[in-house]
Design a binder for this molecule. Structure first.
Ligand SMILES: [Zn+2]
Ligand SMILES: [Zn+2]
Length: 324
């Protein structure tokens, strides 16, 4: 018998799902719903607050406080590159490590609204070191942090030498503001197409299977990837090599890309802790569980347009067959 738990449904095998279908943000869906759009834009949790405004603040902190000056980064030197690597490592540990500490080490939320019936696997030969979390931390910190930092180093080095088009916020205030709003949509679009490519059988077998070792994901699963997938996934920031933008746009994009997977893979339905912490993504959890659906995210309805969307209601296979 399925049980009602925390306003959701836990089936007889112990899998939890919310009592409502996964829905797209009311941005590019039809018919237009102006009130729902405004609530999504300004509400909590909504498009602006908390995630995107938090990362806008982090980009400002990074660029104005934590970043070596352009005078230094105009020439490649081990010292400032190592500082950027260290900063990124600290950010990964604060965000992914912080989520892991709260939800999996201290278990402060218990198993309420936890999608998968099991905890992360501490004893499974398919993982490096036989341990799911150690494997994920290793991949995130070694190739994830390195390739993320390499893109950032390439950008600040090139920007300091005037190789990339620069957007002056005083001359172009509207475009400067608009780029922050467009960046999350660009990220989702880039992610969808890179992700679909990685599901092409040879690439899935050689590369993307590493990420899918996690049908039961935790915060460190988000950036647990093959190095080639890190290279492709993080290439979303290469747009700043071509499109006029400001370093704030670059760091906003870069940090969203490297750090928000911890939110999307936390394995719990948010917001949690009485609505205070907006985290979790049932949309992406369904991709980890069923693999052949929900390649994108929940704002730009690419899965809906390309026929791979699953809203989590009903049995997956039955529904797919019925739809076909
Ligand atoms: Zn994932
Ligand atoms: Zn996938």
């Amino acid at each position: 018998m399925a049980n009602q738990t925390e306003f959701g449904i836990r089936d007889e095998k112990g899998h939890w799902r919310p009592p409502y279908p996964v829905r797209y943000a009311p941005l590019l869906t039809w018919p237009i719903r102006p009130l729902a759009f405004l609530k999504w834009l300004f509400g909590y949790p909504g498009f602006l607050w908390p995630i995107n405004l938090f990362f806008f603040g982090l980009a400002c902190l990074t660029w104005y406080v934590l970043q070596p000056s352009p005078a230094q980064t105009a020439q490649l030197h081990f010292g400032w590159i190592a500082l950027m690597f260290l900063r990124n490592m600290v950010l990964l540990w604060l965000i992914a490590g912080g989520h892991h500490l709260v939800f999996y080490t201290l278990k402060l939320h218990g198993d309420r609204r936890k999608y998968h019936p099991l905890w992360l696997s501490p004893d499974n030969k398919k993982f490096l070191f036989g341990h799911q979390t150690y494997d994920n931390v290793f991949r995130t910190c070694l190739s994830g942090c390195t390739i993320w930092t390499a893109y950032e180093v390439l950008y600040v080095w090139g920007a300091a030498n005037g190789w990339f088009p620069y957007l002056d916020p005083v001359r172009n205030p509207v475009w400067f503001a608009a780029l922050f709003l467009l960046t999350p949509l660009w990220r989702e679009t880039h992610f969808y197409f890179v992700h679909r490519l990685l599901h092409w059988r040879p690439l899935m077998h050689a590369i993307h299977r590493i990420h899918h070792l996690n049908p039961n994901p935790g915060p460190w699963s988000g950036m647990a990837m093959h190095p080639v997938e890190h290279l492709l996934y993080l290439s979303v920031v290469a747009i700043h090599f071509l499109v006029p933008s400001h370093p704030l746009h670059f760091f906003f994009n870069s940090q969203l890309t490297a750090l928000t997977p911890a939110f999307g893979h936390v394995g719990f339905e948010g917001p949690v802790f009485g609505g205070k912490l907006a985290t979790g993504s049932y949309f992406h959890y369904l991709h980890h569980r069923f693999v052949s659906c929900n390649y994108g995210e929940a704002t730009v309805p690419l899965d809906l347009w390309f026929g791979s969307f699953f809203d989590g209601e009903g049995a997956y296979r039955t529904r797919k067959k019925a739809a076909g």
